[in-house]
Design a binder for this molecule. Structure first.
Ligand code: DX5
Ligand code: ZN
Length: 221
């Protein structure tokens, strides 16, 4: 199982995203948090900013849409050249159509779940997906404490993914740090968002390597 570290720039310098991305060359992708002050009580940036970031980097872009009306807005991010687009299941009326549309536009299709949203009702959707994102904090802000109560859901999601087969990534997002990443990896996550842990470190790229080593060490147990 591959391990991927995907730093979030939410708490980095949002006015100079391409420079912030250049600080983490060892990352596997960059996680961009789009918020609309409707799905979450916070506002970040939208498609024009992502298009500018795309023009300035070859890095894989992992877009996390914390927005209402995902069906309407998500395809634009795939059209802009993002390699992965996560919509929240709580914000999609037609997730099957949306996932197919994202894939047809050349992006990986990913479904995000808030901490209180169960995975079981969506088992039949797994064949339409390339990644499942489990929020390990309430979405909206960086720097919050990891919610241990999500660990059983990570385990249950891993079991469903293994049963389904294929290569669907399992991403965790929120409060991931050197203190919590091993728990997530043991539970079955393989793709890790880390915002403040990476960008508040003295050496962000060294922190990416540290997080990967910890996750790789824990994933085999
Ligand atoms: C929160 C965002 C996260 C956030 C994570 O709603 O989805 O991606 O940037 O930040 P940390 O790692 O600081 O919890
Ligand atoms: Zn995120």
């Amino acid at each position: 199982m591959g391990i991927r570290i995907t730093p979030s720039v939410l708490n980095a310098d949002l006015a100079d995203l391409n420079a912030e991305i250049a600080r983490v060359p060892d990352s596997d992708a960059i996680h961009l948090d789009v918020m609309d002050n409707r799905f979450v009580p916070n506002l970040t940036f939208g498609l024009p900013v992502v298009e500018r970031v795309r023009a300035g980097t070859e890095k894989m872009l992992d877009i996390h849409l914390m927005i209402a009306e995902a069906d309407r807005w998500a395809p634009g991010y795939a059209e802009a050249g993002a390699e992965s687009v996560t919509f929240h299941i709580e914000a999609s009326d037609a997730p099957i159509r949306l996932a197919r549309q994202l894939r047809s536009l050349g992006a990986r299709a990913s479904m995000g779940l808030r901490p209180a949203t169960p995975i079981e009702p969506y088992e039949d959707l797994l064949g339409e997906l390339d990644m499942v994102l489990l929020m390990t904090v309430e979405p909206g802000f960086g720097g919050q404490s990891f919610l241990d109560m999500v660990l059983p859901k990570i385990q249950r999601t891993r079991a469903l993914l293994d049963k389904h087969g294929g290569d669907i990534w399992l991403q965790v997002d929120g409060g991931v740090s050197p203190e919590t990443i091993e728990r997530c990896a043991e539970a079955g996550a393989d793709t890790f968002v880390a915002g403040s842990a990476v960008y508040k470190a003295d050496d962000p790229d060294a922190m990416v390597r540290t997080l990967r080593a910890l996750a790789e060490g824990a994933a085999h147990h």
